[in-house]
Design a protein around this ligand. Structure first.
Ligand code: URA
Ligand code: CA
Length: 433
């Protein structure tokens, strides 16, 4: 087989065979096919698209390019949740202990964040002593015993995706639905999930800025999952404004604790109940979504969800007593209110720009090597649709430096007050095929 023939075939809009896709992925991973030929193919895919069968084949070829995680030693149906990423997205911290409190096994492999704020691991490291450097055996034992554990990303998962993603990044081929969908799904499948719940974000703070793009991506991922034997569904949720109030690592841990007690922000709580119900049903712990939702609300109300979070932190070296005394979390030196300059209704809080403002404070990384400050961040005091009086705080900045002029300027530029505005719809669509 010759790579040039595969490229020409896709350029002309024809469907590649399973063998051809395997040839490309294996050859590229092994260093036998050069970057320039794979970039030409990626560009051809960008313009000519791929059929459902090609997408499933590409995904599985990338899964098989490296190590895969075998979770068969864990009892029950392992359901993973994946978010396409957003600002102040505290859902994983809440969902993991919440569904584990209903005996849904959560065997989570997580990464660190780049951009906006930290990833799940960074947020958890705001808790003194907590670590994800546990062995695979410890990980499996913890999930079997207490239903929830988080382990750091293993080195050699989907190497083909790593190489291809880096190449796409510099060849203008990131934004292709078949390539994004296979990239994300290959990582989830290699990490061992039996079933997958996707939270596809839409709006300013999301990878997909419009509903139509978000829906296309969601359909593509759901079809791949179902075609390769992993039950998959997607929720399309709003990311025009940040989720909840907290943006920043320790602040989000505090927000997660509040939400596990049933005292969290309305939007975060609702999203967690929607995603959690889907997970509970996929794990066959409830017969339908209504039953699952009632069960989730019950463990929020009776303290079981919070107790599960505490056990989970203690199990991995963390100081679980933070759930009773959140003042043990890293605290910022300065708390600076940013007052509204006019009265009215908050009409817009541009999610990605507010995420950048939090990053300027030190809550996120601009490059992989950056250290993050776990204590700093931004607390929204108003959300879109809320009334505000002149002088009332729009946000509070949590900083470890006194001069936050650049951050304040960014906040004023990106929170718009007008006469009238409605809260955005949180859940746009649910996609099951
Ligand atoms: N995230 C991924 O993991 N892969 C993509 O291709 C795009 C976003
Ligand atoms: Ca949040």
């Amino acid at each position: 087989m010759r790579m040039v023939d595969v490229i020409s075939k896709k350029r002309d809009g024809k469907e590649l065979t399973t063998e051809e896709i395997g040839f490309v992925v294996d050859g590229y991973t092994a260093g036998k096919i050069p970057d320039y030929q794979v970039s030409a193919l990626a560009m051809a895919i960008f313009f000519q698209d791929m059929t459902d069968r090609e997408r499933a084949d590409l995904t599985m070829a990338m899964v098989n390019s490296g190590e895969t995680i075998d979770l068969s030693a864990i009892d029950g149906i392992k359901v993973d949740k994946h978010s396409t990423g957003g600002v102040g997205d505290t859902t994983t911290l809440v969902l993991a202990p919440l569904v584990a409190a209903l005996d849904v096994p959560v065997a989570k492999m997580s990464g660190r964040g780049l951009g906006h704020t930290g990833g799940t691991i960074d947020k958890l490291e705001a808790i003194e002593g907590f670590h994800v450097e546990i062995t695979k055996e410890q990980f499996i034992d913890l999930v079997n015993r207490d239903k929830v554990a988080v382990i750091g990303q293993s080195g050699n998962l989907t190497p083909a995706d790593k190489k291809l993603y880096a190449l796409r990044d510099v060849t203008g081929t990131v934004n292709s639905i078949p390539l994004i969908a296979s990239s994300i799904m290959s990582k989830k499948i290699a990490a061992g999930a039996d079933a997958i719940v996707l939270d596809v974000k839409t709006g300013a703070g999301a990878f997909m800025k419009t509903d139509k793009d978000a829906e296309n991506l969601a359909h593509a991922m759901v079809r791949i999952g179902n075609n390769v034997g992993r039950q998959t569904m997607a929720v399309i949720s709003d990311m025009s404004q940040p989720l909840g109030f907290a943006i920043g690592n320790a602040l989000e841990v505090q927000e997660a604790i509040d939400t596990l007690k049933g005292e969290g922000p309305e939007d975060l709580t609702e999203l967690v109940l929607i995603l959690g119900s889907q997970m509970v049903v996929l794990a066959k712990k409830a017969n339908d979504l209504d039953e699952a939702r009632a069960m989730l609300k019950e463990v929020m109300a009776n303290g079981k969800a919070l107790a599960k979070f505490k056990d989970f932190l203690n199990n991995q070296g963390g100081d679980g007593s933070v759930v009773d005394d959140p003042s043990k979390l890293p605290q910022a030196k300065f708390k600076i209110d940013v007052p509204a300059k006019e009265s009215g209704v908050v009409a817009e809080i541009v999610a990605d720009e507010i995420g950048i403002a939090a990053m300027l404070l030190g809550a996120g990384r601009a490059t992989k090597e950056d250290e993050i400050d776990l204590a700093v961040g931004i607390m929204l005091r108003k959300k879109v649709g809320d009334k505000v009086e002149i002088g009332e705080p729009l946000v509070t900045i949590y900083a470890n430096k006194e001069d936050v002029k650049a951050v304040e300027a960014k906040i004023y530029e990106n929170i718009r007050v007008s006469d009238k505005a409605d809260a955005p719809r949180l859940i746009h669509t649910i996609i099951t095929e």
